[in-house]
Design a protein around this ligand. Structure first.
Ligand code: NDP
Ligand code: VHF
Length: 447
């Protein structure tokens, strides 16, 4: 088993060098072939997904799986359409490889170019969410990165079907080294991957905090962690209420299993009596269980709500991934910011306000990768941020933060072009001076 993983990683490494030099035209052609192959194999992919769903249903009946996991696992027509259009969107994006980032003339005929290039081989270990496969594969292909995929075991059949269909499709295009994409399928494979620092340049784990910590603590490979979203909405005294009801509802119920759904609603005490009863009614009508702190509990009770639940301290640090929301009254925007920075996961937080000074304070002091002003937390997404698709939502700060697109998969190299220039001519008493002149000149190579 171990050697098998090493062989796959070594193949990916060898292919990564070739993939880094594939033309834009071939990559875009391969992406279109992948989109067509998905459309053609829809029934096959849905059958594979159904196998996973049947197994998942049995686990749910035994209370061994959450409904959030089931929601992520299930491919719907809408998700399928997004997978296909996502691949085509990536094809439309500019090729990020080979861009001249800077040019410096060191001396006559001696020019230093800084050129964008792929990172190399990336290991993506993700949750049981099959739509991740085409998203990550299209971004990695276009950015020239070889990739090893390991998805959640509950999605094994769906992942394998998607992976096989997509890789087979790209292999029909001349010049695409399909070995660049490899599939890992077990925790043993993951344990092996952690040791393969000679082949793998970056690991991207997407999952629970414990899992991401496990990866970080057990490898020498660089890690870009993508973990839980404890996201908040803060409702200020100046909030426009109609906007606020709609944004707070969407942020919770549009896809409660996603990491960018809100888990806690913070309400300014000056607007709470006016705002909370109607908001609670809206949430309850939409099946959301509310857990109130003492102050909000009193308001809800006074408004005639019955069977109320109280929040405990644990709720402020909980990602429900479900139709549950904790509610807390705060005295000011400052208290909201302190709460968010202490209990949040620096992922996505929202302010509902019409007061620009307060908005500026919130956006400046909330230490999260996305801060939304009068807009749903669910916008935190690579596709919606115009990146075609997303690798995930990074909760690390380095080297990429928030929804990660191709920019998070790029690095650069230096190319120095001379004609026999020697360092010895630039040192000592009779040293030639450097020009160090910046220019707009682009590095150009024969394709
Ligand atoms: N910020 C972001 O972009 C994302 C955040 N998340 C967060 O992830 C969580 C939900 O995902 P969940 O399904 O619970 O994630 P898990 O952490 O359970 O699983 C994620 C992946 O990690 C693997 N894994 C877990 N533990 C180990 C281990 N000890 N050794 C090897 N592999 C392991 C799983 O494999 P196996 O199935 O084989 O156990 C799976 O492939 C939520 O908190 C969600 O917010 C998820 C995705 C994206
Ligand atoms: N950007 C994605 C959510 C990110 C993600 O994959 O998270 P998760 O649902 O926790 O697996 C979306 O908006 O649906």
């Amino acid at each position: 088993m171990g050697n098998q993983m090493q062989e796959k990683a070594s193949k990916a490494k060898a292919a990564s060098v070739l993939l880094a030099n594939v033309s834009t035209e071939a990559k875009d052609k391969a992406l279109e072939a992948m989109a067509l192959a998905l459309e053609k194999n829809k029934t096959f992919i849905f059958e594979a997904n159904q196998k996973d769903l049947d197994a998942a249903k049995a686990m749910i009946e035994k209370s061994e799986m959450s409904t959030a996991l089931y929601d992520r696992l299930k491919l719907s027509d809408a998700k399928f359409k997004d997978m296909v259009s996502g691949i085509r969107d990536v094809a439309k994006l500019e090729d990020p490889v080979g861009k001249t980032l800077s040019t410096l003339v060191l001396d006559d005929g001696l020019t230093l170019y800084q050129i964008s290039c792929p990172i190399g081989v990336i290991g993506v270990i993700f949750e049981a969410r099959p739509d991740v496969v085409p998203q990550v594969m299209s971004l990695c292909l276009k950015s020239g990165n070889a990739t090893i995929f390991k998805g959640g075991s509950e999605a094994k059949n769906s992942n394998r079907a998607l992976f096989d269909v997509l890789v087979e499709a790209m292999a029909t295009v001349d010049g695409i080294p399909a070995d660049a994409f490899q599939l890992a399928e077990s925790r043993e494979d993951v344990a092996e991957m952690l040791k393969l620092d000679q082949y793998i340049d970056l690991l991207i784990p997407r999952g629970s905090n414990d899992f991401v910590k496990y990866i970080q603590n057990n490898t020498r490979i660089s890690v870009l962690g993508h973990t839980s979203g404890i996201c908040h909405a803060y409702v200020a005294e100046s909030a426009d209420l109609e906007t606020t009801y709609a944004v707070c509802l969407d942020s919770k119920i549009q896809y409660p299993a996603a990491c960018n759904a809100i888990e806690t609603l913070l309400v300014n005490e000056k607007i709470a009596e006016k705002f909370l009863p109607k908001m609670s009614e809206i949430y309850q009508k939409n099946g959301v269980e509310l857990r109130f702190d003492d102050a909000s509990y009193k308001i809800a009770e006074k408004a005639g709500f019955t069977d109320l639940k109280k929040a405990t301290d644990k709720d402020w640090d909980t990602e429900y991934n479900d139709l549950i929301l904790s509610v807390k009254i705060v005295k000011s925007v400052d208290e909201a910011i302190v709460h968010i920075n202490k209990h949040g996961s620096h992922h996505t937080d929202v302010i509902l306000s019409t007061d620009q000074k307060e908005i500026d304070k919130f956006t400046g002091l909330v230490d999260s990768s996305s801060v939304m002003i009068n807009a749903s937390s669910r916008f935190a997404d690579g596709f919606r941020y115009g990146k075609g698709a997303e690798v995930g939502i990074s909760t690390n700060k380095i080297h990429s933060r928030g929804p990660v697109g191709m920019e998070g998969l790029m690095i650069y190299k230096y190319i120095l072009s001379g004609s026999g220039h020697l360092v010895k001519d630039y040192v000592g008493d009779s040293a030639k001076p450097y020009k160090h002149e910046k220019t707009q000149e682009k590095y150009c190579r024969l394709q």
